[in-house]
Design a protein around this ligand. Structure first.
Ligand code: HEC
Ligand code: HEC
Length: 396
């Protein structure tokens, strides 16, 4: 429960208004859910160079954390900084590796002290476009608030800095390079603060943008041959009423929980895809019950956010608990209308999960169609994102 106290602190610290929390905590249904009021934001018609293709709308930026090159660069240093961990050898980048689209390739990650996290490390592809962060927390709507969880959370320990805030600030204050970077990024008398650490890392995260896959060049860049004919057929399948993928993995970021400067309304949605059905009533394993952990609503059992499918080829293993090893396996899960686990503590017939989304009905694909769908998913890999030196460690 200690992590809960942190969560409360985090939410209060960032003034997420009580009204908005109440409204969104009650969400978690399949249908698109418009979230009413959000904090004032700017759309940054200013000087920051987003380096986005012209067709891409910019992410929404909180009014109290405008983008600047100096802040982003400081945030990049902090993201890769091992002194942000209790052991001195762990950083955000330990679980979020650039060449894996900022996922880590593990089923479940361990934190600095060896404690295993119950959930799979997420790709940070286009996190600035998420309307809600992490797998299943409707309250986690701001990057500035999310990063405090790995930094200071105790359940599980990730970077393990709870109770070490002063030590951390002193380390950064007495490092002349950081001193200067904080001074340049923030016009404060005493700029080395936890708040400014969070503002800087969040600003860096808003530059983790990936819109240069072969699919983008084909679909938006006018390059008719940027993807194969097989991938083009796969796109049609993905967007078909037979497969239904596009209902949840929709829009710019292949996720229905997305927002950007031109979003008319902001959707926050969670879905049960029938991965588990432990008791015939839809139960998921007790350490990963989805949105229900936050809302305590029975209907929210097993509901998770649809993650982006951009760079999906490099972010295996898949799903909130890393329990799906390959894209072939992911497709088989959907084709069956939910996964069946034959034996063991997680045994159950997911396709009969009474809480699963009505979009998960199952379908039959020929081998050729399966290859087409895979080719489409693989056309979403953006090599420039995976290798962009501006997003890589400044210490190497
Ligand atoms: C021990 C491994 C680990 C470390 C260290 C770590 N993360 Fe994560 N990250 C995760 C896991 C696991 C999740 C999913 C959490 C959940 O759903 O509860 C996640 C989720 C996220 C998300 C949400 C992405 C999305 O699409 O919703 C962001 C953003 C993020 N991490 C940023 C960071 C930052 C910034 C740091 C450093 C301050 C950091 N992480 C450190 C493992 C880690
Ligand atoms: C009802 C909404 C919905 C539909 C329809 C849907 N998905 Fe998903 N998808 C999700 C959710 C939610 C998750 C995460 C589930 C979890 O972790 O329990 C997910 C996860 C995935 C993942 C793993 C992502 C990762 O980063 O781990 C892949 C791959 C995927 N979906 C592909 C597809 C394909 C292909 C289709 C169509 C055949 C499809 N999805 C249809 C909601 C949906």
């Amino acid at each position: 429960m200690r992590s809960r106290r942190w969560l409360t602190w985090i939410l209060l610290g960032f003034c997420v208004c009580g009204l908005a929390i109440g409204a969104e905590a009650a969400l978690g249904h399949d249908s698109p859910s418009g979230a009413g009021s959000f904090e004032p934001t700017t759309t940054q018609a200013d000087a920051f160079d987003w380096q986005l293709p012209s067709w891409v709308p910019r992410p929404v930026v909180p009014a109290d954390n405008p983008m600047t090159a100096a802040k982003v660069e400081l945030g990049r240093h902090l993201f890769y900084e091992p002194r942000l961990s209790v052991t001195g050898d762990f950083s955000c980048a330990t679980c979020h590796l650039q060449h894996l689209a900022f996922a880590d390739g593990k089923t479940l990650p361990a934190g600095a002290t060896g404690e295993v996290h119950p959930r799979n490390s997420m790709s940070l592809t286009n996190v600035g476009y998420n309307s809600v962060q992490t797998w299943a927390n409707p309250l986690m709507q701001h990057l500035e608030q999310q990063l405090l969880v790995p930094l200071f959370g105790e359940e599980p320990v990730e970077l393990g800095m709870a109770g070490r805030e002063n030590e951390l600030l002193q380390t950064l204050q007495t490092d002349s390079d950081y001193q200067q970077r904080f001074q340049t990024a923030f016009d404060d008398v005493n700029p080395v603060t936890v708040r400014n650490i969070s503002l800087a890392i969040a600003a860096f995260e808003r530059t983790l943008n990936s819109f240069n896959s072969p699919y983008d060049r084909y679909r938006y860049g006018g390059e008719a041959t940027a993807i194969s004919d097989s991938a083009k057929r796969g796109e049609v399948l993905f967007n078909s009423e037979r497969l239904e993928c596009f209902h949840c993995h929709s829009g710019l970021n292949f996720s229905d929980s997305a927002r950007h400067e031109r979003s008319g309304f902001i959707e926050i949605a969670f879905h049960n895809t029938g991965l588990y059905n432990l008791d015939g009533n839809g139960a998921y394993p007790p350490d990963n019950i989805g949105v229900k952990e936050i809302t305590h609503e029975a209907a929210d059992m097993g509901k998770f956010r649809a993650p982006t499918l951009r760079n999906i080829e490099v972010t295996a293993p898949y799903m909130h608990d890393g329990s799906v090893a390959t894209l072939e396996e992911a497709i088989a899960h959907y084709a069956a209308g939910g996964r069946t686990i034959e034996t063991g503590p997680d045994a159950g017939v997911g396709s009969q999960n009474p809480l699963k989304s009505h979009f998960i009905q199952g379908f039959t694909l020929t081998d050729a169609e399966k290859q087409d769908l895979l080719a489409f998913l693989r056309s979403l890999t953006d090599e420039t994102f995976l290798t962009n030196p501006q997003l890589s460690s400044p210490f190497e």
